[in-house]
Write a protein that binds this ligand. Structure first.
Ligand SMILES: CC(C)(COP(=O)(O)OP(=O)(O)OC[C@H]1O[C@@H](n2cnc3c(N)ncnc32)[C@H](O)[C@@H]1OP(=O)(O)O)[C@@H](O)C(=O)NCCC(=O)NCCS
Length: 436
């Protein structure tokens, strides 16, 4: 039994009905330390009490000062700054600096940061050769995951993670090279030549150039498209301990180099439950086809036949602040590209759902993915590219969280417990005897 904490009101008293013993467990920041449960045991020979929490539904895995979310109030802040203000008045590279360094840059810091990122956008020519080796129909996320992981072999010094300057260098490289790798994954599927970075262009404009440039001397995208894509990157830049960030932290906790850790994050994001929802929204809108079909579709959702994709969120229960911003970005993009006919269906679907008792009762609102797919489609990206866009935006967040992890004295190698449910102490019979 532990001593009662200094302020014993900030504690939890647990009575173990198996033994009748009571324990006082300190509560700090609204959590108990799972290790404190270990003292609750029925005998010295048996393991102490543990928690069972698949999916970390109610378990804090770290202390973090990067991103704050209040799901009930629809609040998302990076390092304390509201997402709405960052999307409106900042840009992606400044937000990346903020996430990684913890505060906004001075003019000189910003210029140096942009310069560093710009001049690290090129990749070693051998990266090009192995990217060319993928099958013609390789999924761009598979290519991105493999090529980010492969960067660790080009920068073996990256494993020196205890050196702050070294960490900085690798983070710069990764943010800089992600668009190059992402764009080349896209070009490969199209059978088009890879386009080298253009250091005269800003981060997002350069990405668009590497995606779409053909024979012209210089590719300069419409500034409204550049701005809209930059906003999308900002919206995706971090989202505290989501599945891919947890993957980065978990793999990073082994003290592997950051390229390998981020490759794990790309792998996690690849999954349909994480980065793939916007693609599902598009498929759903296409299937609905016209406004007249919406009521019967909604009835099907309410009957439990399927989900209204792009609605609902594990954390946001009133609105997803990113959805509001993205809806505005949609209008800006369509002003340039012409309206995607699916937008009309999306807007009508949203209107009907938001007035429907089923969705109101369950606090189901549009999430970030409801409109992002429409924007990406307006850019003429095939659906497989949507998650690549997400990955480029999320890279500074992954790195900020990785850097925090490396410097956090509380962190240990990730190694969850299990509840063993298998056989014990069987006697092995060699195959030659078993198959006789
Ligand atoms: C995001 C999501 C996985 C969150 O799930 P969750 O927090 O575990 O919520 P639950 O699955 O417990 O849902 C609670 C209730 O709302 C319903 N619900 C949740 N999302 C729904 C949706 N998109 N359409 C219809 N019903 C939905 C559930 O069926 C459940 O109803 P019930 O209480 O009658 O059983 C879920 O809302 C979803 O699948 N949305 C669609 C996919 C999507 O847009 N994902 C992107 C997230 S950014």
């Amino acid at each position: 039994m532990t001593d009662a904490p200094a302020n014993s009101t900030d504690s939890l008293t647990v009575r173990d009905n198996r033994t009748g013993q009571e324990y006082d467990i300190p509560i700090t920041d609204g959590t108990i330390n799972a290790k404190d449960l270990g003292q609750i045991r029925t005998s010295d020979d048996l393991p102490g009490l543990a928690t069972y929490d698949p999916g970390f539904v109610n378990t804090a895995s770290c202390r973090s000062a990067v991103t704050y979310i209040d799901g009930d109030k629809g609040i998302l802040e990076y390092r304390g700054y509201p997402i709405e203000q960052l999307a409106e008045s900042s840009n992606f590279l400044e937000v990346a600096y903020l996430l990684i360094n913890g505060s906004l840059p001075s003019r000189a810091e910003y210029d140096a940061w942009v310069h560093e990122i710009t001049y690290h956008t090129f990749v070693h020519e051998n990266v090009k050769s192995f990217m060319e080796g993928f099958r013609y129909d390789a999924h761009p996320m598979g290519m991105l995951m493999a090529s980010v992981g492969a960067l660790s072999t080009f920068y073996p010094d990256a494993r020196n993670i205890s050196d702050a300057d070294n960490r900085h260098m690798q983070m710069v490289r990764m943010i800089a090279k992600m668009p190059t790798l992402g764009a080349w994954s896209f070009r490969h599927a199209q059978g088009k030549p890879f386009i080298y970075p253009d250091n005269d262009l800003g981060y997002t404009a350069n990405f668009l150039s590497m995606l779409f440039k053909m024979s012209e001397q210089k590719f300069e995208a419409d500034p409204r498209l550049v701005k809209a894509l930059d906003v999308l990157f900002i919206l995706h830049a971090d989202h505290e301990q989501n599945c891919s960030t947890n993957a980065v932290r978990s793999v990073g906790s082994s003290q592997v180099d950051p390229y390998s850790a981020v490759a794990a994050g790309v792998g996690a994001l690849y999954g349909p439950l994480h980065g793939g929802a916007n693609e599902a929204v598009l498929r759903m809108l296409r299937r609905i086809g016209k406004k007249e079909n919406i009521p019967s579709f909604i009835e099907g959702v309410k009957a439990g036949n399927e989900k209204l994709m792009g609605f609902g969120h594990r954390v946001y229960k009133n609105f997803d602040p990113r959805a509001t911003i993205i809806k505005k970005a949609c209008d800006d993009v369509f002003e340039v590209t012409g309206v995607n006919p699916l937008l009309e269906i999306a807007k009508e679907l949203e209107k009907i759902a938001l007035e429907d008792e089923y969705f109101i009762k369950r606090k189901l609102y549009p999430n970030v993915d409801f409109y992002s797919g429409l924007i990406y489609e307006a850019f003429q990206f095939p659906p497989e590219m949507f998650t690549v866009m997400f990955a480029i935006g999320r890279t500074p967040g992954w790195l900020a969280q990785w850097s925090e992890l490396i410097q956090d004295k509380d962190q240990k190698i990730a190694r969850p417990k299990q509840i063993y449910t298998g056989d014990r102490e069987l006697t092995f019979t060699p195959a030659a005897q078993r198959w006789r």
